[in-house]
Ligand binder design. Structure first.
Ligand SMILES: NC(=O)c1ccc[n+]([C@@H]2O[C@H](COP(=O)([O-])OP(=O)(O)OC[C@H]3O[C@@H](n4cnc5c(N)ncnc54)[C@H](OP(=O)(O)O)[C@@H]3O)[C@@H](O)[C@H]2O)c1
Length: 272
């Protein structure tokens, strides 16, 4: 990345993005991080050699790209605080905050171009999934900058409408928790069926990893992969039939729709 880039908020997400960018050859001299906690800044400077400051205005003054990486509840204060200075320098604003609408950030920051990203927790391990949405005044070059930024911590995909980010939040944002629940249930049931705890945990975790890799690396759909591992009259068929009889699909559909509704509600609350 050739542009001067500033992060407002030097927490977990900023650290992962900076680590990912530097691993991809970004020039540390072009990266500045602002955060109120000097110890957090010192640690970022020591680890990555980036420039650091406790002053948000100073961080954004010469930045071509400003990444807003503070908690959603802090976003309005931070964005309105930057309002005057970014109105003059007109950087691209990239927000990674869950549930803050691009239109609200534009309202707080003089209608600047905004890209709203919805990453998930595995981004902190470099294997995240991010949905991105750009306001109409974002250029093709700015879209590429944000896409490259989020690709430094995993996969990324564009959405055409901002409301689709509620579905992204429900599927991939909250998604890791659904898989953790499944791992938890496999682990507990394995133990109930007589397996030692450590063995049961390993079976559950490695199976989740193996299934994830198969789904990722295969050209086949999940439906076909599931059918391929389900022999008629076999053990997997017995388990899946039990799940279908209990309406597991309807339960998951309802749960994921509830997450999407909650995402829209949170955006209303934070933006109000
Ligand atoms: N972590 C994830 O898995 C994840 C996933 C998806 C999306 N996100 C989004 O990413 C954003 C950041 O999350 P995170 O996990 O990195 O949170 P975090 O670790 O709490 O980082 C936020 C940082 O911003 C700092 N900060 C607070 N007020 C500030 C201000 N006025 N100016 C500058 N910096 C300020 C905080 O300092 P203090 O510690 O002093 O408050 C903290 O160091 C959130 O909006 C979240 O929704 C995170």
């Amino acid at each position: 990345m050739q542009q001067t880039l500033s992060f407002i908020g030097g927490g977990n997400m900023a650290r992962s993005l900076i680590g990912g960018l530097i691993a991809r050859g970004a020039d540390t001299i072009r990266i500045t991080v602002a955060d109120p906690v000097p110890a957090a800044l010192e640690s970022l400077h020591r680890q990555f050699g980036v420039r650091v400051t406790t002053n948000n205005d100073e961080a954004v003054r010469d930045a071509e790209v400003v990444v807003l990486a503070v908690k959603p509840q802090e976003m309005r204060t931070v964005a309105t605080g930057l309002g005057t200075i970014v109105a003059a320098s007109r950087p691209l604003l990239v927000s990674v905050a869950a549930g803050i609408r691009a239109s609200d950030i534009q309202r707080w920051c003089s209608g600047l171009p905004v890209i709203r990203c919805m990453p998930n927790r595995p981004a902190l391990q470099g294997c995240g999934m991010t949905g991105l949405y750009a306001t109409a005044n974002v250029s093709a070059q700015q879209r590429k900058i944000a896409f490259d930024l989020m690709s430094a911590v995993g996969a990324a995909v564009w959405l055409e409408q901002e409301t689709q980010l509620d579905a992204v939040t429900a599927v991939s944002g909250s998604g890791p928790a659904y898989f953790f629940l499944l791992i938890e249930m496999l682990e507990q049931t394995g133990m109930a069926l007589g397996l030692p705890a450590e063995v049961s945990r390993q079976l559950a975790v490695e199976t989740a990893y193996g299934a994830g890799r198969m789904a990722r690396e295969s050209a086949e759909s999940a439906t076909v992969l599931r059918e391929q591992v389900t022999s008629k009259g076999g053990t997997t068929a017995a388990a899946l039939q039990t799940l279908e009889d209990r309406n597991v699909r309807a339960i998951f559909a309802e749960a994921i729709a509830a997450a999407a509704r909650r995402s829209a509600q949170l955006a209303d609350e934070f933006g109000a």
